[in-house]
Design a protein around this ligand. Structure first.
Ligand code: G3H
Ligand code: 13P
Ligand code: ZN
Length: 312
């Protein structure tokens, strides 16, 4: 079993109406909780590392932890750079042994985004690494931003087709209303499914990626708050919406916030109930189990990816 690209995972996902979870990793317990869940469900798996995660844990530690996870569990893992902001960080990750990188040129005008993405694709492909790019912006909730103004930042379907054709990118992150973090919507959750359908119609063979796809499950927010947290007014993407998006080409679903909430809720609960404990293993152990439970829930009930891992 090995580090693999997402190529075959996405090919299967596109034809079989499931998606692969891409879970953000920052330390050993998070990695162990996720891979234990993927092993238990025999699910395809992407572990993703942000620039912040590289800074926090240092690249060599994360790489070696992921290699250790493969040895320990015997599963295939795609190791992916999340939101690479320029060619340099993408190149570093390719050279380090990542099997997938994201170049996020979404803050640039279309032509510049195409140029930066092309350069990353050329380098990554020469080393057998796949590339995700992003078109459109993931706006969060902000005061005084009208629905029209927000939709103006969503991915334009015709531009998406042009972008993929000109860059040769392997997968495309799209903006249809999701955003990062625990505060995604002011009122009712809304995703632009008509736009998603049009994008999928124009580029049916291109795996689409949904960032900001955490559901921000109310029970985990409530648990955080019950044990001393202060997270008012959170709102995520309902699970039915993720299941719907998966029908229209979404093959990769990015989840970080739900892991953070599961872990934090469990640590808060443990410390509150056991004020005598000061051995980190006493609260990080249950936190790792909470991560495993959350990931198994996603695989079984939101991604439908049980049984999609490599044959044992
Ligand atoms: O895209 C955002 C992910 O949740 C990673 O977050 O940059 O705080 O590591 P981070
Ligand atoms: P969430 O904040 O919704 O978990 O999204 C994470 C993400 O998109 C990482 O790239
Ligand atoms: Zn993201």
């Amino acid at each position: 079993m090995a580090l693999v690209t997402s190529k075959y995972m996405f090919e299967k996902a596109l034809t079989n109406d499931h998606a692969i979870g891409a879970f953000n990793v920052n330390n050993m317990e998070i990695i162990q909780g996720i891979v234990d869940a993927a092993q238990a469900e025999n699910s395809g798996l992407i572990l993703q590392v942000s620039a912040g995660a590289r800074k926090y844990a240092k690249p060599a530690y994360l790489l070696k932890l992921v290699e250790a996870a493969i040895i320990d569990t015997g599963i295939d893992i795609c190791l992916h750079l999340d939101h690479g902001e320029d060619f340099d960080i993408c190149k570093k990750c390719v050279d380090d042994g990542f099997t997938s990188v994201m170049i996020d040129g979404s803050g640039h005008p279309l032509n510049e985004n195409i140029e930066i993405t092309k350069k990353v694709v050329e380098y990554a492909h020469s080393k057998g690494v796949v590339v995700e790019a992003e078109l459109g912006k993931l706006a969060g909730i902000e005061d005084n931003v009208s629905v029209d103004a927000r939709q103006a930042t969503f991915t334009d379907p015709d531009e998406a087709a042009e972008f993929v054709q000109k860059t040769g990118v392997d997968s495309l992150a799209i903006a249809i209303g999701t955003s990062h973090g625990a505060y995604k919507f002011k009122g009712d959750p809304y995703l632009d499914f008509e736009r998603l359908k049009k994008i999928h119609f124009l580029i049916p063979n291109v795996p689409l990626v949904l960032h900001g796809a955490s559901t921000v499950l109310p029970e985990f927010v409530a648990k955080c708050n019950e044990y001393g947290g202060d997270l008012p007014g959170t709102r995520g993407v309902p699970e039915e919406m993720i299941l719907e998006a998966v029908k229209y080409g979404v093959c990769k679903v990015n989840i970080d916030t739900d892991l953070r909430l599961a872990m934090t809720a469990e640590i808060r609960k443990h410390l509150k109930e056991h004020p005598e404990n000061f051995d980190p293993r006493k609260y990080l152990g249950p936190a790792r189990e909470a991560i495993k439970g959350m990931v198994q829930h996603k695989i079984k009930n939101v991604l439908n990816s049980s049984g999609t891992g490599s044959p044992r």
